[in-house]
Design a protein around this ligand. Sequence first.
Ligand code: NAP
Length: 498
Amino acid sequence: MTQIDTIANRAGASLSPDERAAVDSVPTGLYIGGQWRTTARTLPVTDPATGQVLCEVADAAPADGLAALDAAAAAQADWARTPPRERSEILMRAHRLLLDDADRLGLIATLEMGKPLAEARGEIAYAAEFFRWFAEEAVRLDGGYMTAPAGGSRFLVARQPVGPSLLITPWNFPMAMGTRKIGPALAAGCTCVVKPAEQTPLCTLALADILERAGVPAGVVNVVTTSDPGALMTPMILDERSRKLSFTGSTAVGKKLLEQCARTVMRTSMELGGNAPFLVFDDADLDAAVDGAMAAKMRNIGQACTAANRIFVQRGVLDEFARRLAARMGELPMGRGTEPGVVVGPLIDADAVAKVTGLVADARSRGARVLLGGEPVEGPGNFYPATVLVDVPDEAEMCHTEIFGPVASLTPFDTEEEVVSRANDTPYGLVGYVYTESLRRGLRVCEALETGMVGLNQGVVSNPAAPFGGVKESGLGREGGLTGIDEFLETKYIGVQL
Ligand code: NAP
């Protein structure tokens, strides 16, 4: 398959019977208190590969949001009292239902978001794993009992659900970002209102249906979709019954939400933007480094917070690394994510294409050389080709903003000290990647990088069993891992006089 063929094929594409059936299987209302509600207004969901409207879903007004919060608040006490084993078993059933339905759900994710089908199915498996992980954690909430240092009284330490939680998710991992929040919230005994991204509501609506089938009681999970997130969420955030906001999205929106949360001193978890450095030292296994760069750059067509945004290569191996990376990226078929073999699907919307186009033009104007791609593709659909740029100077805009597209930005470095300093020269601190065969250097650099996560000789760090999150302006808190459930728990100390 050539890129030309696949692009020609998508013009005038209409939904196949399987695709139509998958879209039509998703409820399109608001899910509030265990009921599906329609709204006066609706909003369109579009296939980014073709521009075709897939369906219309409910467009919630602020009163709908407050109704969802009413439902979550009403269900909170019973859900907190539900035995952990029961909560766990519901999540386990949801895990199984997601896996059994991965073909349909993957297709839905591809249609609304654009990622290739194989990746979308992978996301469903990843998403399901959060339910299994937190089902296992639900029954292991620990506490404490100790004697006061001065004797006499005893300290009891209990863990309690924080309470009704607001969960806001982005479009780039429409299923996994939902389960990564709903899993620990439910395991901890919290009810929730989930607001998915406007561009990708279908995965979360399908998930609400699955959770109901798994046995989640009415009101425990509520889903609201909207074209006006600020108007919908602000009254809910300011409402004192909301006790937690867990947000994944851009740093700019995260900062605004933090200000709102300050009004009621609401607990927050913030999974925000990144600007990941990817370091290749001259002693690295270059095959492994190229594999890692492919994974870290091309996952989700480059639209991941963990995407390798700045690839630093030690000068002696730069040409060889760049040549191999360009050869690999040049082989990737581009097209609609539903077509077999496609790796480079569309970007989420026309603005994303314009942003990537502008960043590449800016880098070129500052002296970057184009080894592959570099020119936007004509529509329909929001396509940008796999692109490799070399000698991108640190002043280029793409070194300071998330590229969020299939553009590898390479730059040389000379010394370890220099590259660590340049890698850390950003307000972001989500993840970094280091390729070297030296264990000493590898650990030294991992410790020196100002990020919440590092991949040492590996290009993907996401794992439900690992603590995912960033430092600096990349966020607050961790999702997944042994501490993920803590985000939804309060610690209560009870002093007992014997
Ligand atoms: P975004 O524009 O910040 O949107 C994220 C979510 O916030 C969406 O549901 C959005 O709704 C909602 N939102 C926007 N304005 C809001 C407001 N005033 N009040 C309440 N909610 C509001 O980010 P995005 O473009 O969807 O996602 C990409 C960003 O997410 C990137 O920066 C990426 O790095 C980051 N991300 C981070 C992680 C992580 O774990 N650190 C993971 C994935 C993505 P609408 O869709 O209706 O605008």
